[in-house]
Write a protein that binds this ligand. Sequence first.
Ligand code: SF4
Length: 404
Amino acid sequence: MRSIRDIYKIGKGPSSSHTMGPAFCAEQFQEEHPEADSFRAILYGSLSKTGKGHGTDRVLVDTFAPKAVEVVFSDTDPANMKHPNTLDLVAFKDGNEIARQRYESIGGGDIVVEGRRRKVVEDDDVYMENSFAEIKQFCTFRYVDLVQYIELSEGKEIWDFLKTVWEAMQNEIHEGLSREGMLPGPLHVHRKAKFLHEQVPQNKHAELVESQLVCSYAYACSEQNADNGIIVTAPTCGSCGVLPAVLYYLKDKRKLTDDQIVRCLGVAGLFGELAKRNASVSGAECGCQAEVGVACSMAAAAAGQAFGYTIDQIEYAAEVALEHHLGLTCDPICGLVQIPCIERNAVAAMRALNAANIAFFLTGTRNISYDMVLKSMYYTGLDMNQRYRETSEGGLAKAYSRKG
Ligand code: SF4
């Protein structure tokens, strides 16, 4: 399994597959063809259907600048298209085509070039284990916990990397809580994080304060993402609010130090990386269960680590969190990462805490493993009608346009 560095990428929202991935493709293609004087980008599948709302054209224009790029939203997909997020980049010199390359943006900012995964951070596996069952077996035989396992595999430097990630996550929360006004796009969605957070002192119902705080943090991150702000993928841009919201809340509630938080991020990263390796974190490939569902499992595992759970309890928390997102579709209205995405991050953050609680109440009673639920998520996603996989052609996206 690859390094957990691979999960957390700091960059501009709103979409790891529709903005970050295509930007990486364009950077790489341009580097390989410095002699080109103009480019064409042909977008297929989900990139074509929701690329406008997600801002794929804008990010391509920005990345190729000052050179010109023509962005084509193709009506037809190539017969041999392997992934729903596929694009062709074409380079021109004096009006003549000099190079052409096909890419796939496979989620979480990762791209594939001609069947080869791009070296985003590290291509080589740093973990020998490729399933949670194998990780658990290793830890049991070596008498180590998940934090020690991560350090053994990644080296001590991983904690410095995760400190940077945590700083970026806190910045997105602080920034999101300070902003007001409308998010970009035709939906005229108002930012709500600041409002939610300001209501907390007036909330007379102590039992609701936790939800209100967690929601405000999740909204802060997801609104920053929707507004093209700097965020951290966890595991994607669209699902970036779940994990930081839970950790930011627990930081105050449980008086956690930054060192403790980065260890929670490490444990969450293991579950996210397993999802990437053995299933998918792409809404275009497997629906929102692969984005917000996986984010919820990462956050539940992080909460388990924060609560001092055993390996088995942490796995249980992550498993419960993902199991109850199985079948969740991706249907962003107008192709924008706003409705249902922002609210969904807040709901998933609250769910992550509930999943961690269930894992504690019912320790040792479960029948389903994390590996099992990942496999189910993947096959459910592949079986899902294409309309529900980031095309904005089904679900809420369709109901909303009918209303209009
Ligand atoms: S519905 Fe879920 S998967 Fe789809 S764009 Fe929104 S957050 Fe991403």
